[in-house]
Design a protein around this ligand. Structure first.
Ligand code: ADP
Length: 226
């Protein structure tokens, strides 16, 4: 099975000379379709840089990045944008980026139209999967934080991405809602065969993850959590 994400020996440095920061220091990570993995680590350890590389938002100084089996080396900005549009779904920590005027179902329809394709599930099926059928006609201001996050997840999946990148999904949620959201993310990745990578500070929700990695000073290692 082709890995949905394959990072091999990826390095990114910021600055130079004595002030150089190894934001990513020989990072390797492979994620298969249907796997949901977590990356934990303190602020400044390189987690955002990892998501930026995995999300074809930036290319590394060295090492290779393959997304859905394609190496992004040498791609220009337009090619990277196409890579993101065609293969990657993003879930952000706050879903204040849902257009205020659109109803929940329209958020998903717009995303599918922009990306020019639909995944296996219809908008209605996706709304049901995230338990938001009853909110299909609600606008963001009428939804709770947890409900907006559910719409954000459905929207990220609507075009049928191979890779789902998730940045601190529980940052604005209470404990119960955090569990619900991460359980949902894991279930959707498993059910749809999507590879998920979640960056989080929230050690409380790691039970739903297939593998857990720790980021320390740009280095990624399997987590030794007790
Ligand atoms: P995290 O997401 O874990 O907080 P980041 O990936 O944002 O960590 O940052 C990793 C390291 O790289 C930090 O030391 C940060 O200061 C540095 N860094 C990140 N982006 C830049 C940048 N554009 N210019 C200079 N340094 C940066």
């Amino acid at each position: 099975m082709t890995n949905a994400l394959e990072l091999s020996d990826v390095c990114i440095d910021y600055g130079d000379g004595e002030s150089v920061v190894h934001a990513l220091d020989h990072v390797s990570l492979s994620v298969k379709p249907g796997e949901f993995v977590a990356v934990v680590g303190p602020s400044g350890s390189g987690k955002s840089t990892l998501l930026a590389v995995a999300g074809a938002l930036t290319t590394p100084d060295s090492g290779s990045v393959k997304i859905a089996g394609t190496d992004v080396a040498g791609m220009n900005d337009a090619q990277l944008a196409k890579m993101r549009r065609d293969h990657i779904g993003f879930v952000f920590q706050s879903t204040t980026n849902l257009p205020a005027a659109l109803k929940a179902k329209e958020q998903l329809e717009l995303a599918a139209r922009i990306q020019g394709k639909r995944g296996r599930r219809s908008v209605t099926e996706l709304l049901a999967a995230v338990e938001m059928e009853h909110r299909a006609d609600y606008r963001p201001a009428q939804l709770s934080g947890g409900e907006r996050q559910r719409i954000g997840i459905a929207r990220a999946l609507v075009a049928g991405p191979e890779l789902l990148l998730v940045d601190e999904p529980t940052a604005a949620l209470d404990r119960n809602r955090s569990h619900d959201i991460v359980r949902l993310l894991a279930e959707e990745c498993h059910d749809l065969g999507v590879a998920g990578v979640m960056v989080t500070h929230d050690l409380d929700v790691l039970e739903y993850c297939d593998r857990i990695y720790e980021m320390t000073d740009g280095r990624l290692t399997p987590a030794a959590l007790s």
